[in-house]
Design a protein around this ligand. Structure first.
Ligand SMILES: Cc1cc2nc3c(=O)[nH]c(=O)nc-3n(C[C@H](O)[C@H](O)[C@H](O)COP(=O)(O)O)c2cc1C
Length: 440
């Protein structure tokens, strides 16, 4: 029996490729046009995707303004405002949003996700991030970013406070006895009274327990403390391994850590980000990608390539091959990856720059059948439980995937034809957590 996979759609920005908005026929304003976003989520729901995911960084992306002025990623909706509106025009698809444990307060985060979970009848998920973008600190009254270890220490305590607040009321606390005039049973309310190293929160939350008990917990950091936090708390992991070998190592590592927390491996699903470009033939798909990459301005691309190489590439002949690059202390892995890519695909400096300035992560480029083969291999060989799909351009790239790839996965028994449940937990096969203060 093939193992069915899970699919979430990476939707903020609607494409991570900086040239996406310039692709022929693409909606240039797709990130910031409610009508378009509504049509995207309805197509994703018709294709039975598990969830629609709004990332968030609390700042414009940290790139020089010369590159930023060319990037459609500069403006996007605030995730909760958008997801609340999208909840009203969908029925089953999950609604995942990022909220930062470094720059937000747990009481705010707990009530926003609890509200979204009630509004959507149990479809919310919280992507816990510690926020790596240093520019964010300056938007929140700090001159310097908070240190990495400190950020993860606060994140761990933040998780306890938010989940404790969600458990403020037993599921049956709201008796609403109109005859007796009693709205809720105070014996079924818990005051958290949390006083820890980082946070002090009394509680209770002023919102009934979420439909899912707790919205689904997502984690996307891959550092040592990030993996540890995932193994202990997360039910979904977003990650970005470059190839199947790296994915298998990460997958085994995170799942292997779960037993120390008495958790079942199946209660955490790992979904690597995959950029998917489809064509009628493999050559056609590669040509589409080459067209897309060619829309990345050289100046933006060469800056990204220089960072990856750890070496200033601005003086190189754009239309020649990559010259020999001395090893530096800066980025051995980055340099090795560029050299490998240049050799494997025979790319010129310009093409490499455009690849790095566009999207350089894991990509499946081919026909619906060849891409389904790759996805199946990743899932069957222990590299993934599914994918976080990154679209190349919209609407065409999203239409290609929902119309041509999803049916192939369905025919092979690799993806659902219908939603079996109504909540995101049910789509993902995750248990509903028991209330820690009011056990059954
Ligand atoms: C698919 C995916 C989605 C992510 N979404 C966000 C996001 O919305 N906001 C954010 O600040 N970081 C996001 N990240 C970055 C991670 O949260 C994390 O900061 C980064 O991987 C560095 O990890 P570390 O802090 O554990 O070293 C995302 C990463 C991946 C792979």
């Amino acid at each position: 029996m093939p193992k069915p996979m899970h699919l979430t759609a990476f939707m903020r920005p609607v494409s991570l490729h900086t040239g996406a908005w310039r692709y022929p026929g693409a909606f240039a304003d797709a990130n910031f046009n409610f009508g378009h976003l509504k049509s995207f989520i309805q197509k994703l729901e018709a294709a039975k995707f598990d969830a629609f995911f709004m990332a968030d960084h609390l700042a414009v992306l940290n790139m020089p303004v010369e590159a930023l002025k060319r990037s459609h990623t500069v403006t996007s909706f605030e995730p909760f405002t958008l997801l609340s509106a999208l909840a009203a025009v969908t029925e089953r698809i999950g609604l995942a949003a990022t909220a930062s444990t470094t720059f937000e307060e747990p009481y705010h985060v707990a009530r926003r996700f609890a509200s979204l979970d009630h509004i959507s009848n149990g479809r919310a998920a919280w992507n816990i991030v510690t926020t790596s973008n240093p520019d964010t600190a300056r938007n929140f009254g700090l001159d310097e970013h908070v240190e990495h270890g400190e950020r993860y220490k606060r994140a761990r305590e933040f998780f306890d406070v938010v989940t404790g607040l969600w458990d403020s009321f037993a599921d049956d606390a709201f008796i609403r006895d109109q005859q007796a005039g009693i709205f809720f049973d105070p014996g079924r309310m818990h005051v958290l009274d949390h006083k820890g190293d980082e946070l002090s929160v009394r509680g209770p939350l002023n919102i009934a327990r979420p439909v899912q008990g707790w919205p689904v917990i997502v984690q996307a950091g891959q550092s040592e403390p990030g993996r540890q936090l995932a193994a202990e708390t997360a039910e979904l992991v977003f990650c970005s391994p470059r190839d199947l070998a790296a994915a298998k190592t990460l997958y085994a590592d995170i799942k292997g850590r779960m037993s120390a927390f008495n958790r079942q491996r199946d209660h955490l699903k790992i979904l690597p980000a995959a950029f998917i470009v489809l064509g009628d033939t493999v050559e056609d798909a590669r040509a589409k990608r080459a067209t897309l990459d060619s829309l990345v301005h050289y100046d933006s691309g060469i800056a990204s390539l220089s960072i990856a190489l750890g070496h200033d590439a601005s003086g190189f002949d754009p239309d020649g091959p990559l010259p020999p690059i001395p090893e530096t202390n800066a980025s051995k892995t980055g340099r090795a990856q560029v050299l490998r890519l240049a050799e494997e695909e025979g790319l010129t400096v310009r093409q490499l720059a455009q690849r790095y300035g566009g999207y350089s992560g894991l990509a499946f480029v081919g026909t619906p059948d060849s891409v389904a083969d790759e996805m199946e291999a990743w899932v069957s060989q222990g590299g993934a439980d599914g994918f976080t799909v990154v679209f190349p351009y919209l609407p065409q790239g999203l239409d290609d995937i929902t119309r041509d790839l999803v049916p192939v996965l369905q025919r092979r028994g690799l993806f659902r034809r219908e939603y079996e449940g109504s909540t995101l937990r049910e789509h993902l096969g995750l248990p509903r957590p028991e209330n820690q203060f009011f056990p059954a």
